[in-house]
Structures are given as structure tokens and as C-alpha cells.
Design a binder for this molecule. Structure first.
Ligand code: 3PG
Length: 406
């Protein structure tokens, strides 16, 4: 066990997690919040592990300076503050906590839905300003209205359930979810355009990537009903803030509630001048319960990785913690190495065939280990299961798996 692996924590992380890292992991811990990119790049070199939330940006510069780094823990879900491709190429494993703040994020989204429907934040501002103007604060009921959920992952599904519990009809769009599964949950799957046209409240629950960047732009906002509201607790870049602000000002939309922004902290923005928009500072995962759950989850994953090489919630590698495949890891590596040495000419494909009981397990991890064994005969890069597939792809080598449980 590498008892003195050095771990750096640069964002908020609950004491419960720190205790596990210190006592169970025996790590050498350093907690340094609010570092600039330059400061982090200067200080990262000696660390084996890094723990961040969404405030620290793990950029290419930082990864290039992180010569010893083996593991990054994202204490939360979203990975858009981390150069995932850069980390993968360098063989740095990324783990996150996919369950830790689901309930908190969903409850915050629903709090914003309810607050927007009843103009709670605006009403509060007026009362503080000495005004008692009930007419302009007239709200709408949620019961019987249509909630449109964009992205039916863990958070989206929880918001959908909260909507149903409030008597709402729920429709959703999600390219990865089968219609039958949605129907079982009482949700109708539709395409995004139909969702925008039909919903009284649209709530966003997608990660930020090339496909979702500005997913809600001028055209999409224009498709929404003038009585509808938009709630975004996913990522700022998913909504075109200028288009949204223009629609709110022109009363082409009844309201909006935003927890996430293209630039965070928000600073000066057109949005702060508009009455019918609620603004919160990325609070989705900010609860006592989520802080604790996430810190414990990430800390346990760090202990498992540095003590036993076990991975549970890997973002950029196939997990190797399936107990059924563990005994085959070394064998796969040796067979990959053996096959590569026997091969004449260029290796184009590495095919792994598993027969018998093992074929019922998750065998892709084994083919990655076989790749590690094979690639070390042609590569000078430091190889591990995180970057093996990447390096193979760059060299035009494919892997295939075949299985037969008999
Ligand atoms: C997430 O991606 O997990 C949430 O947006 C919460 O982000 P945070 O960890 O910065 O609070």
C-alpha cells in the first residue's frame, strides 16, 4: 500500500471525507482552496491525486505540470471543468460521484420550479422594498400543468417524479432512454421541439458537451409558450443567456430560474436587471447531505484505488472492480504481450475470446488489459488501462471481444 501518496484538495470537501483520506488512506493531504490556474500548475507536480468540485478548472496546463498525477476525483457529477481528453491521454484516471448529489440537485430544480410559478423571489424583493403588490405577483398552479424534462438521467428522473407527485403531466426528451422505460415511469418521450411547444415548465438536466452547447437558443426559446417558464440547473452553456434575457424582457416567456451560468460567478449580467428570473449561485449540489455523501464516496474511491488499484466510478476507463474478472487481469496482460510478440507485421486488431463462466462478466476491462500487455512492445509512452485504448486508436489498433458462456 502506498500509504504516503500525496493528495491535493482544491475545492470544498466535507470533513467526513478528509477523515477517511487521513485515517483509512493514510495519505499525505494538502488542502489549498481558491488557487489560480498558475498557482495550481506551479504546485501540482509532487501530487499523486487531486480532488476538485466545479470551481477548480483542471486545464491542459495543469495536467502538463502534473508529472506524478494518477487520479483526479471530481467531488460531484459534471466533468466540464476538467480536460477529460487530456487526462485520458496522459493515463490519469478520473472518478466522480454520480449518485452523491442527485437528490439535492433534483430538489433544488423543483424548488426553482415552484418558486418561479409563484414569483417567490420577486415577491420577496418587492416586500423588502416596501411594496404590497399582489396583482403583479399573480402566480400559476403546478397541478395539471405539463413539465418538460430535458435529459432523463438520475437527476432528470427524480425531478420528473417530483413533478408527478405534484399532479403534473410529465413529458421528456432523452436520446439514450428507451420509450418503454419512460412509459413505465409514467413519462411520455417526445422530441425537443414538441417538448418546448407543449410544456408549461421546461427543466434542463443534460451535461454540457458539443451536442448540448446552446441547446436552448433563440429558435428554441421562440418555440416555448409565452406563458411558459424555463429552469436550468444543469450547465450554463446549455442556454443562450442573451436569447433568454431578450425573451424575458419582451414578455415572450413568463419566467425563468437559473442556477448555472455561462460564466461563474455571474458578475454583471443583463439577467440581474430582469424581474421574472430567479438567479441562484450554482446551489444544486450544495446541501449538508450532498457534501457529506460526495466526500465519503470520493474518499473511499481514493483509498480503494491507491491501496488496491480498485476503481468504482471511473469516467475515463472501464472499471476493473468486477470481482469475476479480477483473477483474469494478469492473464489477459500476459496473453496480450505473448500475442504481440508472436505477431508478424503490424498489429491491427487484438481479439479477446472468453469462454465459460467468465464470459458472463464485464470482459471489456480484460481486453483493455490485453491491450496494455500488447502495446508495451510497440510504445514508449507510460501505459495503463486509462490511456491504452486511446493510444491503440491513435495507432489504428482495434480491440474486439467475443464470448461464449459454454
Ligand atoms: C455537479 O455537477 O455535481 C453539480 O453541478 C454540483 O457542482 P458542485 O460540486 O460544484 O457543487
Amino acid at each position: 500500500m502506498n500509504a504516503r501518496a500525496r493528495i491535493l484538495i482544491t475545492d470544498e470537501f466535507a470533513q467526513e471525507g478528509i477523515d477517511i483520506l487521513a485515517n483509512k488512506g493514510g495519505f499525505d493531504l494538502e488542502i489549498r482552496p481558491a488557487l489560480s490556474e498558475e498557482e495550481l500548475a506551479r504546485g501540482i507536480a509532487g501530487f499523486d491525486g487531486l480532488i476538485v468540485r466545479s470551481t477548480t478548472k483542471v486545464t491542459r496546463n495543469i495536467l502538463e505540470a502534473a508529472s506524478k498525477l494518477r487520479l483526479i476525483g471530481r467531488a460531484g457529477i459534471g466533468m466540464d471543468n476538467i480536460d477529460v481528453e487530456g487526462a485520458t491521454r496522459r493515463g490519469v484516471l478520473l472518478v466522480n460521484s454520480p449518485e452523491g448529489n442527485v437528490v439535492s440537485a433534483a430538489e433544488h430544480a423543483f424548488a426553482l420550479i415552484a418558486a418561479s410559478a409563484r414569483n417567490v423571489a420577486w415577491a420577496d424583493r418587492l416586500v423588502r422594498a416596501g411594496r404590497w403588490d399582489r396583482k403583479i405577483l399573480t402566480g400559476v398552479e403546478l397541478m395539471g400543468r405539463t413539465l418538460g424534462v430535458v435529459g432523463l438521467g438520475r437527476v432528470g428522473m427524480t425531478v420528473a417524479r417530483l413533478g408527478m407527485a405534484h399532479g403534473m403531466r410529465v413529458i421528456a426528451t432523452d436520446p439514450y432512454l428507451a420509450g418503454e422505460r419512460a412509459a413505465e415511469a409514467g413519462i411520455t418521450l417526445v422530441d425537443l421541439d414538441a417538448l418546448l411547444r407543449e410544456s408549461d415548465i421546461v427543466t434542463l438536466h443534460v451535461p454540457l458537451n458539443e451536442r448540448t452547447k446552446r441547446l436552448i437558443g433563440e429558435r428554441q426559446v421562440a418555440m416555448m409558450r409565452s406563458t411558459a417558464r424555463l429552469v436550468n440547473t444543469s450547465r450554463g452553456g446549455v442556454v443562450d443567456e442573451k436569447a433568454l434575457a431578450a425573451a424575458l424582457r419582451a414578455k415572450r416567456l413568463a419566467g425563468a430560474a437559473l442556477d448555472v451560468f455561462e460564466r461563474e460567478p455571474l458578475g454583471t449580467s443583463d439577467l440581474t436587471e430582469i424581474d421574472n428570473v430567479i438567479l441562484t449561485p450554482h446551489l444544486g449540489g450544495v446541501t449538508e447531505e450532498a457534501h457529506k455523501r460526495i466526500a465519503v464516496d470520493i474518499a473511499e474511491q481514493f483509498v480503494a484505488f491507491f491501496s488496491h488499484g480498485r476503481i468504482t466510478s471511473a469516467v475515463n476507463a472501464v472499471a476493473t472492480s468486477d470481482p469475476r474478472t479480477a483473477a483474469f487481469v494478469d492473464l489477459s496482460k500476459v496473453l496480450g504481450s505473448f500475442a504481440a510478440q508472436l505477431a508478424r507485421g503490424r498489429v491491427l486488431r487484438i481479439a479477446l475470446t472468453c469462454e465459460g463462466e467468465i464470459a458472463r462478466a464485464e470482459i471489456r476491462a480484460l481486453s483493455v488489459w490485453a491491450l496494455c500487455g500488447a502495446l508495451r512492445h510497440f510504445c514508449t509512452e507510460t501505459l495503463n488501462p486509462v490511456n491504452a485504448e486511446w493510444i491503440a486508436r491513435e495507432r489504428g489498433i482495434r480491440t474486439t471481444e467475443a464470448r461464449s458462456p459454454e
